[in-house]
Design a protein around this ligand. Structure first.
Ligand code: FES
Length: 319
């Protein structure tokens, strides 16, 4: 995939563990356009690629802004950005992609963010504000000090549209969500992003009153339970390029095919970003990703080969 060289124009800390990077064109050419909810791949060397949502609003069209939380369990991405990247440095990124688009036709937008899940929501809120759309943003955080973009979202322009919810225990989060989501305004759509347990709670509460096609979400991290499930070997058959290849229990489909010289485009390699999406022509996938919707999983006509496996002995792929 094409890469874009950008210059780190500005860095600032939003909280003790969230650092914001402003990435500008390195050659004066405009950066590719994006829509709210989009993310970029950031290439950090040695094959390390991480995805970060853009926080931009329409007023920041000349750069990309990402907010990066230092994760204690970092696999290298957030610590590399926090510890090694300085203002003026060059970075390689991918063009923006959007798996989390706002529906233009919604009558009302309910945005719910937990912690660092605020990053795509901030972009959405900024765009909706500029459009004069009907929306509200509910932002759950541990404390004011740990609330990234608190100052931006406390500006008068957001008054009456943004509510902060601090230091709530799990039961209190659930009860607050019940109140917020009990009534669904006409043609309202719900967008949520945050840590997986938080998103599970929001989805669970929303399921009482919101139809599935009005609920939109994006995961930042892999489904650890799905990835920890037992693995067995199976065969993938490549319909277009030909050949049967064994995928051993200890390798992903992507890894196994790479050994035979068959390259599949990947980015997160965690089943989150959608880059490796591959068609399935026969066989039943064992989905272990966090990208496909439930309907897409049931259709059994595509899978994410960076993490997903097969329930049948042979899986025929559109490769
Ligand atoms: S590489 Fe991101 S989902 Fe497979």
């Amino acid at each position: 995939m094409d890469r874009i060289a950008v210059r780190v124009r500005r860095i600032h800390n939003e909280t003790d563990d969230v650092r914001v990077f402003e990435l500008a064109s390195s050659d004066g050419q405009p950066l590719p356009a994006f829509s709210p909810g989009a993310h970029i791949d950031v290439h950090l060397g040695d094959g390390l690629v991480r995805q970060y949502s853009l926080c931009n609003g329409p007023a920041d069209a000349d750069c990309y802004i990402i907010g990066v939380k230092r994760e204690p369990s970092s696999r290298g991405g957030s610590s590399a950005l926090h510890d090694l990247v300085q203002e003026g440095d060059m970075l390689q990124i991918g063009a923006p992609r959007n798996n989390f688009e706002l529906r233009d036709t919604a009558g009302h937008y309910m945005l719910v963010a937990g912690g660092i899940g605020i990053t795509p929501m901030l972009s959405m809120a900024r765009h909706l504000l500029a459009r004069g759309a009907s929306f509200e943003l509910h932002y759950f955080a541990r404390s004011i000090a740990q609330t990234a973009f608190h100052k931006v979202l406390s500006a008068p322009a957001f008054a009456g549209r943004v509510d902060f919810h601090y230091a709530l225990e799990a039961d209190a989060v659930r009860s607050k969500l019940r109140k917020l989501l009990w009534e669904r305004r006409a043609n309202a759509h719900l967008y949520l992003c945050g840590p997986r347990p938080f998103m599970d709670t929001v989805q669970d509460v929303a399921s009482a009153t919101w139809p599935p096609d009005a609920v939109h979400l994006e995961y930042f991290s892999a489904d650890a339970n799905a990835l920890a499930a037992p693995c067995a070997s199976f065969v993938v058959r490549l319909a277009r390029s030909g050949g049967d290849y064994v995928v051993p229990a200890e390798q992903s489909i992507v890894q196994a095919l790479a050994q035979y010289g068959v390259a599949v485009d990947v980015s997160c390699e965690q089943g989150v970003c959608g880059t490796c999406l591959t068609g399935v022509l026969a066989g039943e996938p064992d989905h272990r990703d966090s990208f496909l919707t439930d309907d897409e999983r049931r259709a059994c006509d595509k899978l994410m080969p960076c993490v997903s496996r097969s329930r049948t002995d042979v899986l025929i792929l559109d490769l």
